[in-house]
Design a protein around this ligand. Structure first.
Ligand code: BGC
Ligand code: BGC
Length: 852
């Protein structure tokens, strides 16, 4: 360290000053990133500069104190501020994150949403303390309809809408979304996502329309127009909301599909592939752009002056504001959530700052303007942009949220006309992959069995960003007015005099004519959906077994595959007579019956329309196969989709003998971190006792016969202690947040051990078990009695425990698919401290308990 500084100070002037100066290094780095501004076009927005608005903005800006200006740039979250904070500080905007509701109540009514909007608005325009009245704005993730609100119309997720490729319908969908959002008094929507998804392992694949920028670009235009209105007619009128094109830029192209990861594209690829949605969205006049969590060649976009300022604002001419993503500024090198002049200096205008970081962030920013780290002109530019959008949106003239044109018209939430549009989108988005012997469309007068765990599960068919952030934890009761896929089928079958039974596990008493099996991915959002490859591993081949059972019983099988991405399902395709990718259709499951069932008179109701907007893989490792590749060889190409009546190219019809072996993941992990300092992503730490369980969410918990608390081993709170008092079975486990499968090597048990650090606070008094479970349902529980081993260790000292995974896989079960990779429990008294829990490759030099 010291040496290099010495070198810089003393040798440099003698040798070559320029090459050594730190500034030059910076310029070199930006050159390496491209810096070829000519790649980016000037965008001519349909929304023109309005001199009258510019005058109003300048006049208002001139009245504001520094504190008031910075407050315009701060966007806290509803869980972290009160209307009193809004009155005191006058934030420019606020948001509700996924799964955040007024009063923390998932079942908040539209009236509760309006009340909060009204309270926050009134607090923001209360000028009694500071003499200024600037209406605040509320932003929300209405990403497939107004998806945080119970009873709203839920449209198919973007991946399905991409397959539909119908920009006119997209505009209608966006307009309906704006309407339902306006009913709840909200001003601003964080959509559309215009990621062009190039690696389907990414957990946000379903938020993208396509792997090809063409659809992304045309949809961006359509959605921005649908949300905001056309620039020339009714722009941001009373029935419209502000839109956000997100996430700028390159989110769909990160290395290995890692969420928030690094996009390593060249600058020309960044523009041609990843930025086309901004060309479409900015042309239509999108008023905000959200900066992306990801980096471009190692640099976080939130801190990238070249991309945010030189490219987006100066070159492309964007005159709205740039909003950050969820504490995304805190990820810039040298920043924290509460301190980040770098982001403002790079061109960020609004900090999305959930958690209690908003207050120190505001104070630090003010100080940084005062001490010159941030220039006043940069602050003025940011606030000018925010105010410009507020004037354009008419926020200074519109009535308060509770009194706007659509406010409180609760009949519009989930209105039948809206649902009809969503149902049309469901019909148009389904893609027919296989239809052997023209099994589809089916006569509704047959005897049907409808099986599979997605058949009657509106939550599962709707995916992530559905009421809750991850889309988990919902039941059919949470979707009043919604229709499951089974309900849609049953309605038409019964009306036509057919018979139908719902049987999730596929059991039946009288043999049906045909089986419809609905199965697929469990909901997930963002990084929790990242996968190591495209194998369909989540259900432990349960659905495949179901398909094979029907096949063995000589019952023709129709598979309806619910998923947020194309997956390698050759085995499931082989076992199905017909196979339909239905994506994540949302609340209107009836659209599926409209296409796969005939009318009672035998006529086709609706033909298939959807075409793959993502290539379908021929191997679990084919995650980055995209249209235009030189060695393009997917199972089914981009644009594929069979129809009933069109001339389906015979050469594209799938055989029943697709290869069911796949190549090994190159990126298979050799280790799995479960707990270091705290529980690792994407895992939860769960305490259980006496049949109750809770997720650890604070430093102390008490649950029946269990007491939990965090303790310090090497640094603050890097370990925890559990005390089991012995009245009932109790313990602690690490569990997948989202049903995510653990993917190790082919045979993890051959090479790896479950490892943890522990300290016995006293000797155990009865049997202690260590267990691993492969599924959510608790089947294939591999439990191992470790009492004797523990008793060999002395009390009061940190020790290491390593046990080969072969101790848990002796019955031949596959540990590469694991839901609970660690559980320790006892019926008796146990006082133990734990940390550093992981699956690690066996180190031959260290002692390990081996069961071979
Ligand atoms: C997501 C954004 C979203 C924001 C607010 C972030 O985690 O990346 O897409 O708009 O949260 O909920
Ligand atoms: C929020 C989401 C957000 C995510 C980011 C969640 O708690 O509800 O909106 O996108 O955190 O980490």
């Amino acid at each position: 360290m010291k040496l290099s500084k010495f070198f810089l100070i003393t040798i440099c002037p003698l040798v070559l000053l320029v090459a050594c100066s730190p500034d030059t290094k910076k310029i070199d780095a930006s050159k390496k990133q491209g810096g070829d501004i000519n790649i980016w076009p000037k965008i001519v927005s349909e929304v023109k500069t309005d001199p009258a608005i510019e005058q109003q903005v300048d006049a208002l800006l001139a009245q504001l104190t520094l504190e008031q200006k910075v407050a315009q740039m701060i966007q806290p979250e509803i869980r972290d501020i009160t209307p009193a904070d809004m009155r005191r500080y006058g934030f420019g905007s606020y948001l509700n994150g996924g799964g955040a509701f007024p009063n923390n109540n998932k079942h908040s009514t539209p009236a509760d949403w309006i009340n909060l909007a009204e309270e926050m608005y009134q607090a923001s325009v209360d000028d009694s303390q500071d003499g200024v009245a600037i209406p605040t704005m509320w932003g929300t993730d209405a990403v497939h309809g107004h998806n945080n609100v119970i009873g709203a119309t839920l449209f198919p997720h973007n991946i399905g809408l991409g397959a539909m490729n119908n920009p006119a319908l997209m505009e209608k969908i966006a307009q309906i979304t704006a309407t339902e959002v306006m009913v709840t008094g909200i001003d601003w929507v964080f959509a559309p996502t215009v990621a062009t998804v190039r690696d389907d392992r990414w957990g946000r694949t379903y938020e993208g329309y396509s792997e090809d920028p063409t659809i992304v670009k045309s949809y961006a235009t359509a959605v921005v127009r649908g949300l905001q209105g056309h620039a020339k007619a009714g722009f941001l009128a009373d029935n419209r909301v502000i839109s956000t094109v997100k996430h700028f830029v390159g989110d769909g192209g990160t290395h290995q599909g890692v969420d928030q990861g690094d996009n390593q594209s060249s600058e020309i690829e960044l523009f041609n592939i990843h930025a086309q949605g901004y060309v479409g969205g900015l042309t239509a006049g999108a008023q905000s752009v959200m900066a992306s969590f990801n980096s471009w060649n190692g640099k976080k976009i939130h801190g990238d002056h070249y991309l945010l300022t030189q490219v987006l604002k100066e070159r492309m001419g964007f005159d709205g504001f740039v909003v950050g993503d969820w504490n995304g500024h805190g990820q810039i090198k040298g920043c924290t959530n509460s301190n980040c002049p770098q982001a403002i200096n790079a061109g960020l205008d609004v900090f999305m700052v959930p958690t209690d970081a908003w207050k120190p962030l505001m104070e630090n920013t003010i100080e940084q303007v005062n001490n010159g780290e941030i220039s006043m002109s940069r602050i003025d530019d940011a606030v000018r942009r925010i105010l410009r959008v507020k004037y354009r949106a008419g926020l200074f003239n519109k009535p308060s949220p509770a009194n706007r044109q659509l406010s409180g018209k609760t009949e519009l939430i989930g209105h039948s006309a809206h649902r009809a549009v969503a149902r049309q989108a469901v019909r148009e988005s389904m893609v027919l992959l296989k239809n052997k012997g023209q099994l589809l469309p089916l006569s509704p007068s047959l005897n049907f069995i409808v099986a599979g765990d997605a058949a009657h599960n509106i939550g599962k068919q709707s995916g992530g960003w559905t009421i809750t952030w991850q889309g988990t934890g919902n039941t059919n009761q949470d979707f009043p007015g919604g229709t499951s896929i089974y309900q849609g089928l049953a309605e038409q079958i019964k009306a036509a005099g057919g018979q139908v039974s719902l049987s999730e596990d596929g059991s039946y008493t009288s043999k049906p004519d045909v089986a419809i099996v609905v199965f697929g991915e469990e909901p997930y959002a963002e990084g929790n959906g990242d996968r190591d490859d495209l194998s369909f591993e989540q259900d432990n081949k349960k659905s495949l077994a179901l398909l094979k059972k029907f096949k063995a019983d000589k019952i023709p099988v129709v598979s309806l595959f619910v998923s947020g991405r194309p997956l390698w399902v050759n085995a499931e395709l082989n076992a199905s007579n017909a196979f339909v990718a239905v994506w994540l259709p949302g609340s209107e499951g009836g659209g599926i019956a409209d296409v796969i069932l005939r009318k009672p008179n035998g006529e086709i109701q609706f033909d298939f329309h959807g075409k793959l907007s993502y290539s379908w893989p021929n191997d679990a490792q084919q995650a980055t196969t995209n249209i235009g590749d030189t060695d393009y060889a997917p199972l089914l190409p981009y644009g594929y989709g069979l129809t009933y009546q069109g001339d389906n190219n015979e050469s594209l019809l799938l055989s029943d003998n697709l290869s069911e072996t796949t190549s090994q993941s190159k990126s298979a992990k050799t280790q799995l971190t479960l707990f270091t300092n705290r529980v690792s992503q994407p895992w939860d730490l769960i305490l259980f006792s006496d049949k109750k369980e809770i997720k650890v969410s604070s430093s102390v918990h008490q649950l029946s016969s269990l007491v939990y608390r965090t303790i310090d081993k090497d640094i603050q709170e890097d370990a925890f202690k559990i005390l089991l008092t012995g009245q009932s079975l109790a313990g602690v486990r690490i569990q997948s947040k989202s049903g995510r499968a653990v993917k190790l090597n082919n045979n993890p048990e051959q090479q790896s051990a479950l490892h943890f650090s522990f300290k016995l606070n006293s000797k155990p008094t009865s049997q202690v078990n260590l267990a691993i479970y492969c599924t959510q349902n608790g089947d294939c529980n591999h439990s191992h009695n470790i009492t004797d081993y523990l008793n060999d260790f002395s009390v009061g000292q940190w020790e290491t425990f390593s046990i080969s995974l072969n101790c848990f896989s002796r019955d031949g079960n596959d540990l590469s698919n694991t839901y609970i990779p660690f559980e320790i429990s006892s019926l008796g008294y146990l006082d133990i401290s734990l940390t550093e829990i992981a699956w690690l490759p066996v180190d031959q030099t260290k002692p390990v308990i081996d069961c071979n």
